[in-house]
Design a protein around this ligand. Structure first.
Ligand code: C5P
Length: 222
């Protein structure tokens, strides 16, 4: 528990992933992409033809799914049951499945220890929805990133467009608003800033600007 943690929570498209990875690299700390765990279970459920409306089956699937990360410098590859599922994980289908699965309390409980195991010296940057509130409530540094829904939809649009995924801006905005509402209104670990989190609105800010603001919150390194 001596190992310092920086939690970066926020809604989808707030830039959490990019910012967290860059900050982790600058600090030389480990990085946890907690959303990838929920997405991985979502993908595994799809592979197993598991009904998203069957909580008991989804809980079993969570226990049975092996999730691994491989850092390839500029990219973090995610292995689901030994298979590289990085690209599939990023689809809106996986995101929507993750969001449905993430509302099941037993699934969240089953993933708790797997997330806490990432806390290794010299430090951890943890990115998600409940890093500062539930998983690492004792974290010394907590950030909550936001951005307007329109800007978040545009960022996703660019990301997916670059990858050649056919999407529309209006469709993405609808999905983002629906997912926000589901994540914020669920009974267990709803998306909300920790009381001691520093909020940063990234609307109109560039990546480097946000990284600098986050790093400015950290004590100067010896
Ligand atoms: O961050 P990302 O978009 O990859 O997360 C996918 C989904 O997983 C979110 O919409 C949310 O429902 C869920 N999630 C969560 N708690 C986390 C991380 C993600 O409930 N710590």
């Amino acid at each position: 528990l001596d190992t310092p943690v920086l939690t970066i929570d926020g809604p989808s498209g707030s830039g959490k992933g990019t910012i967290s990875r860059l900050v982790a690299r600058k600090l030389g700390w480990h990085y946890l992409d907690s959303g990838a765990l929920y997405r991985a279970v979502g993908v595994a459920a799809g592979w197993g033809d598991i009904d998203l409306a069957d909580p008991a089956a989804l809980v079993r699937c969570t226990f049975d799914t092996e999730i691994g990360f491989r850092d390839e410098g500029d990219e973090l590859r995610v292995l689901v049951n030994g298979q590289d599922a990085t690209d599939e994980l990023r689809t809106e289908t996986a995101g929507a499945a993750a969001s449905a699965i993430a509302a099941i309390p037993e699934v969240r409980a089953a993933l708790k220890d797997r997330q806490r195991a990432f806390r290794q010296p010299p430090g951890l940057v943890a990115d998600g929805r409940d890093m500062g509130t539930v998983i690492f409530p004792d974290a010394a540094h907590k950030v909550f990133l936001t951005a307007s829904a329109e800007e978040r939809a545009e960022r996703r649009y660019k990301q997916l467009n670059d990858k050649g995924v056919p999407v529309t801006l209006a469709g993405l905005l609808r999905e983002i608003l629906a997912r926000d509402a589901r994540d914020a209104s669920r009974a267990v670990a709803p998306l909300r800033p920790a009381e001691d989190a520093v909020r940063i609105d990234t609307t109109g800010l560039g990546i480097d600007e946000v990284v600098d603001r986050v790093l400015a919150l950290m004590p100067a390194r010896p």
